[in-house]
Design a protein around this ligand. Structure first.
Ligand SMILES: NC(=O)c1ccc[n+]([C@@H]2O[C@H](COP(=O)([O-])OP(=O)(O)OC[C@H]3O[C@@H](n4cnc5c(N)ncnc54)[C@H](OP(=O)(O)O)[C@@H]3O)[C@@H](O)[C@H]2O)c1
Length: 271
């Protein structure tokens, strides 16, 4: 038995754990001493991940088959977060994207994307945060994307959904850090998972130099968590770029407290 099998960090609930990034989080968090609750729609794939993780790390793993786009299923996962006192970590990872421009996108698919990428992580954060405060602490990891900043790169609704996840995480940190709740947004770039097949463009069609292994992405994200980062961007080579961008955003946010429009608009009204 290795040291992690004797260390109990509580339970991590991971959404979208049946494949890709979520399945790697399951492995890495079990290796770090977490028991797991794995959530996704595909029970067979969840069972496969659970079996591998249990064998490798000897932690307790529960699977919950749930479609986070269905309100009853989502409510069931919210209930688990509210009532299971062993849960110390939520990884809001389930999500999907698209590469189509607006004029070629089905609005129903866009609305489902908002359900999974925005509504579900919001409701799960609202379930976890008060429970973590009451239990004296906890961590919420939200998987956003670099397209939350570069919103023009892929489908616009996808980019906007990830911009929301980034902003929500920053506000969770702002409101809850002093209450012992950590929040981290992870912004992967292109990562080699089924995400791209679901979005309609296999990642093998992308320049290989820009595609990261899911294992490397998750290991970097966990290194960022260990370092206390609120925002972790694994592919960004120089973190000064992010720090400068963030300092500019915060400085700009101080410049809006005026009850009159800027002169440039008053000039136009007069014309
Ligand atoms: N791969 C990339 O390049 C990339 C880049 C930036 C950000 N991301 C983000 O990373 C996260 C994980 O994606 P991935 O790359 O690991 O892709 P993936 O392999 O397709 O994994 C997506 C996961 O979400 C789950 N999921 C999808 N719809 C769901 C629903 N309605 N209810 C419950 N679970 C659902 C899927 O499980 P079931 O199908 O079993 O339900 C699967 O486990 C997503 O939020 C994605 O936006 C990915």
């Amino acid at each position: 038995m290795n040291q992690n099998q004797t260390t109990n960090k509580g339970t991590a609930l991971i959404t979208g754990a049946s494949s890709g990034i979520g399945a790697i989080y399951a492995d890495r968090l079990a290796a770090r001493g977490y028991d797991l609750i794995l959530v996704a729609r595909n029970a067979e794939r969840l069972r496969g991940v659970a079996d591998r993780v249990q064998q490798a790390h000897g932690r307790a793993v529960t699977i919950v088959q749930a479609d986070l786009g269905q309100r009853d299923d989502l409510a069931g996962v919210e209930q688990i977060l509210k009532t299971d006192p062993s849960i110390t970590l939520l990884v809001n990872n389930a999500g999907f994207g698209a590469v189509t421009p607006l004029l070629e996108s089905d609005v129903e698919r866009m609305a489902r994307m908002i359900d999974i990428n925005v509504t579900a992580p919001t409701r799960l954060a609202y379930a976890a945060a008060p429970a973590f405060v009451a239990r004296g602490g906890g961590t919420i990891v939200n998987i956003a994307s670099i397209v939350g900043i570069g919103v023009e790169i892929l489908n616009g609704v996808y980019g906007a959904s990830k911009a929301y996840v980034l902003a929500l995480t920053q506000s969770l940190h702002h409101e809850l850090a002093a209450k012992g709740v950590r929040a981290q947004a992870v912004l992967p770039g292109a990562t080699a998972t089924d995400f791209w097949d679901t979005a309609g463009l296999a990642h093998t069609n992308l320049p290989s130099g820009m595609v990261m292994r899911a294992e490397d992405m998750v290991d970097a994200a966990l290194a960022g968590l260990d370092a206390g980062e609120v925002v972790t961007i694994p592919p960004l080579q120089d973190d000064k770029d992010w720090l400068d961008y963030e300092a500019g955003r915060k400085a700009l946010a101080q410049r809006f407290a005026h009850g009159t429009p800027a002169p440039r608009y008053l000039d136009r009204t007069a014309a």
